[in-house]
Design a protein around this ligand. Sequence first.
Ligand SMILES: O=C(O)CCC(=O)C(=O)O
Length: 264
Amino acid sequence: MIRVTESQIKEFQDNGAVLIPGLFSSWIPIITKGIEFNLKNPSQYAAENAKTQQQGRFFDDYCNWMRIPEFEQVIKKSQAAKVAAMLMNSKKVQFFHDHVLYKSAGSSTDTPWHQDESYYFTHGNMSVSFWIPVDPINKASLRVIAGSHKWDKSVMPTKWLSGENFYASNENFIPIPDPDKYPERFPTLEWKMRPGDAIAFHFKSVHGARGNSAKRKRRVLSLRYIGDDIRYIERPGKTSPPFPGHGMIDGQKLRDDWFPFLDT
Ligand SMILES: O=C(O)CCC(=O)C(=O)O
């Protein structure tokens, strides 16, 4: 059974994000096993994002699905690709990448406001990530600026730890908004979540997250999908993830040997 309704699709398309309760309920033990393996076996891309004066740990890592069978299983066998097709209104769905985001109990590190598409070499409107916590979430869910996926300009990408500009040239980007200072200008969405729930959000949605003030860790897997209209775009520098040696050029569809089509 596909767990997505017309009103959830509309909410995703209007707000750029929607909660989908229970989408991964039967996958939580498998996802948890994959995350635990990833934490013990980080890749070359793993990063620690807490500044020295901050409490606790904020770790992330990505592009591990080819070496972590639990991630490959959930990507290829769960209903996520079907739901992604419906949310994006796309005939076909390609998998883009996996991303683990871990905050220890009491981590004081906020996830900075950002827009994923600015870091990516993808361009287009058919995109969705599922943010899937395996621990209950009260205050540290993803926070999304409602409707920001429809903004005309992209938000300036920065390096999470240092705050430096991500690319050498930043002229085409707008400054990072501050929804906590200007809540009327930038209305935000956030959710209480149970393991199995997922937030579906657009690559252009501006989002962040609070630190984890809870007494338990916050382990999350984000899975990212692209649809029919997504094309490769050259950025003014190395993207994140970088996918070295991809060999694609402006306007191409993403190569399907690296970004596989999924059954929908
Ligand atoms: O989990 C977080 O703190 C941020 C997640 C995020 O930025 C993402 O999944 O794109």
